[in-house]
Design a protein around this ligand. Structure first.
Ligand code: FES
Length: 155
């Protein structure tokens, strides 16, 4: 069970320079930083919410929205590219109707483009959450989306 925000904050009571570790821990527990959480953190540290937003937006690691249920990463490194990795990215983009960096409206899937997973012998590679799918083809990519609950366009 995720830790409550108050539990996290209490552990930092009286310590200095704790903003980043607090933000990391809160995001680690809930997957993102909600507006309410940022407001509580600002109160706890006695700083303005704007100050916190300034820090959060500076670091790419922090997010304001809940993460998708499944993250799909498609490799477009050299080995994957020459084995038609772009076709895999293309079919995932078309099926989910999102671009890399995007999340489907139902928050079920997020899509990312990766430069190399370090397993080029398996090219082209697609990773869903922590599962590696090797020697991808367009039909295989569609099957994998269905396996993770994609119901097709217009569903
Ligand atoms: S280029 Fe795709 S895994 Fe290395």
């Amino acid at each position: 069970m995720p830790k409550q925000l108050s539990q996290i904050l209490n552990a930092y009571q009286g310590e200095k320079g704790t903003l980043i570790p607090i933000l990391q821990e809160v995001q680690g527990e809930s997957g993102y930083l909600s507006e309410e959480a940022l407001s509580e953190i600002a109160k706890f540290l006695g700083v303005s919410q704007n100050e916190i937003y300034g820090v959060v937006t500076f670091y790419a690691q922090f997010r304001f929205t809940p993460p998708p249920e499944h993250t799909i990463k498609v490799c477009l490194g050299t080995a994957c590219h020459v084995r038609n990795g772009a076709d895999i990215l293309d079919v995932v983009e078309r099926e989910l109707d999102i671009r890399p960096g995007g999340i489907t409206k139902d928050h079920k899937f997020g899509l990312e483009r990766v430069a190399c997973f370090g397993c080029c012998a398996l090219a082209p590679v697609m990773v869903v959450d922590n599962n590696v799918y090797a020697k991808m083809t367009v039909p295989k990519a569609k099957q994998i989306l269905v396996k993770y609950g994609w119901e097709g366009k217009g569903a």
